[in-house]
Design a protein around this ligand. Structure first.
Ligand SMILES: C[S@@+](CC[C@H](N)C(=O)[O-])C[C@H]1O[C@@H](n2cnc3c(N)ncnc32)[C@H](O)[C@@H]1O
Length: 255
């Protein structure tokens, strides 16, 4: 692994968050949710998580590692959930609040600033592969969930932790290891599915993402930090494309 992992992660999750917020300010608020879900599940995947976790009007949702708040805002718009984002990246949190009006708290998933047993539903999407101590994150999600509370996960899995060409800072669990970790942290896995066979995002969603990426390329295309961030997302895209990395959606409940 290269030595500049923290910088690369900060770039991917914090600097790009700031740039995304600026791009949405230029294009208009209807671009905000698709732009903020670029590193996440597709709308069909988010719909699966909304249904599986039983989100409805007024359900409080803690989105841990929630980034710029796209999935949280999607859950609010589609089901009436009342979300809060917790993410270690300050600019991501500022974008969640400033761009989407989602309350956001800077915090580490292994030390959540939430009271024990206080949350009925937690999401943690695309985060497990970015942390080394996965058990600590799952233990903490279990601590803050109310007994019987629902956990929705998007997990990128692979047969080896660091397949050739893996993005810096990613340590992929296997699907089997994820299930074992869930059980060890006090969760019962209720259902799961892979993301590969989900329907594609609607055309207008994809068009909005393309417009956002057009602005990012125009404004930051000459910035080496942009090239580095693009390289990170191209790498995960290639590994998903050739089947080396497989996305799983999981719904578990806290014992
Ligand atoms: C691939 S992004 C996914 C963002 C968001 N969950 C989504 O689906 O759009 C991974 C996120 O994990 C966050 N993250 C990294 N390390 C973390 C940690 N120790 N605790 C909580 N979140 C973390 C990053 O800041 C980033 O926002």
């Amino acid at each position: 692994m290269s030595e500049d992992v923290p910088e690369r992660m900060e770039l991917e999750f914090d600097t790009v968050a700031r740039w995304t917020r600026d791009a949405v300010a230029e294009l208009g608020p209807e671009h905000a949710v698709p732009a903020a879900c670029r590193g996440s599940a597709s709308p069909a995947g988010l719909d699966w998580l909304v249904r599986a976790c039983g989100l409805r009007d007024g359900t409080r949702l803690a989105d841990v590692g929630g980034g710029v708040g796209g999935p949280a805002a999607y859950a609010r718009a589609s089901a009436g959930a009342v979300p809060v984002v917790v993410d270690p990246m300050p600019d991501a949190c500022a974008a969640a609040t400033g761009m989407l009006g989602v309350p956001a708290v800077v915090g580490d998933g292994a030390r959540l600033p939430l009271a024990t047993g206080s949350v009925p539903v937690c999401w943690c999407l695309g985060v497990l592969c970015t942390v080394e101590d996965k058990a600590a994150l799952l233990d903490e999600l279990h601590r803050v969930l109310a007994p019987g509370g629902a956990l929705g996960l998007l997990v990128f899995t692979a047969d080896t932790e660091r397949p050739a060409g893996a993005p810096d800072g990613n340590h992929f669990p296997t699907a089997a290891r994820t299930r074992t970790l869930l059980a060890g942290s006090g969760f019962d896995l209720v259902r799961e599915r892979t993301t590969g066979t989900l329907p594609p995002a609607p055309a207008d969603w994809q068009e909005k993402i393309a417009e956002v990426e057009g602005v990012l390329t125009r404004v930051h295309g000459d910035d080496p930090r942009f090239a580095a961030a693009e390289d990170q997302s191209a790498r995960i895209g290639r590994l998903i494309g050739d089947g080396t990395v497989v996305g799983y959606l999981m719904h578990a409940t806290a014992r």
